[in-house]
Design a protein around this ligand. Structure first.
Ligand code: NI
Ligand code: MN
Length: 266
């Protein structure tokens, strides 16, 4: 399995020779301006809810690739009206066996409407149970004890959790969520794109590490293999090296903070 990040909550998961794209929002995202939206290939597009920052590029990518749209009933119908005739509608709590793995459309605590304000069904998340392992894509959500239920149904290996706060969970709640789902391997999403969801990467990684979990903050455009323990180790080391480099740069720029203040921040 391989995961590629296209910014905000948009990821491409390569699993069982299929390409599964989540929540395409690329062209309106200034941070993702180097991504060529017209070169992304995918077989499926999974959409968590109807908000613009999760489906802005759905029609454009869906039309070009002919990918199957997997989402709730309302969003799949809406996509069909935009000309995306391949869709698989689901609803909260349901599961379905696709050729890449079994998908559960799970609960998210969030609102959902289309860009024109019309009803887009309930916001959701996805659990992908593939042969190589299980991945939870939380979508936009608050922390909810419903997440605990997922551990009775799945052994989650990787969790993609929103961490930007304001519109979704923030860091502290995401750490609690990783406890609820019993998964310490977290990939952050829904952060930095807009001013109210900008986060301090160093502090966020530190808080997760203090809780015994790993927070991956992927560079936009980068990929990481999943289910390869050694590589995870490298990534962790890479993260430490990156932090040391950025601290050294801060020091060169005379922006180093007194140790006490740094501690207080964490
Ligand atoms: Ni949303
Ligand atoms: Mn959102």
């Amino acid at each position: 399995m391989k995961l590629t990040y296209y910014g905000h909550s948009c990821f491409l998961l390569e699993v069982a020779d299929k390409k599964v794209l989540f929540d395409p929002f690329i062209t309106p995202n200034e941070l993702a301006k180097d991504i060529d939206v017209d070169s992304i290939e995918c077989d499926y597009i999974l959409v968590s809810h109807g908000h613009e920052d999760h489906l802005a590029d759905l029609v454009r990518i869906g039309k070009r690739t002919g990918a199957t749209v997997v989402s709730n009933y309302e969003i799949v119908n809406w996509a069909a009206k935009q000309g995306l005739d391949k869709g698989h509608p689901m609803n909260t709590g349901g599961t379905w066996n696709f050729d890449f793995g079994r998908v559960r459309l799970c609960n998210a605590v969030h609102s959902s409407s289309f860009p024109d304000g019309s009803y887009a069904g309930l916001a959701g998340g996805f659990v992908i149970e593939a042969e190589a392992g299980t991945l939870y894509y939380a979508g936009d959500t608050a922390l909810t004890t419903d997440m605990r239920l997922l551990t009775q149904q799945h052994n989650i290996d990787y969790a993609l959790l929103p961490i930007g706060d304001n519109f979704t969970m923030g860091i502290d709640d995401a750490i609690q969520a990783s406890n609820y789902i019993n998964c310490g391997n977290v990939v952050g999403m829904h952060y930095d794109t807009f001013p109210p969801i900008k986060i301090n990467h160093h502090e966020a990684r530190g808080k997760f590490a203090a809780a015994g979990a790993t927070l991956h903050l992927m560079e936009i455009g980068s990929s990481m293999p999943l289910f390869e323990q050694e590589h995870d180790e490298e990534l962790r080391m890479g993260g430490v090296v990156q932090e040391l480099v950025s601290e050294a740069q801060d020091a060169v720029n005379g922006e180093v903070k007194p140790a006490a203040e740094d501690k207080a921040e964490q």
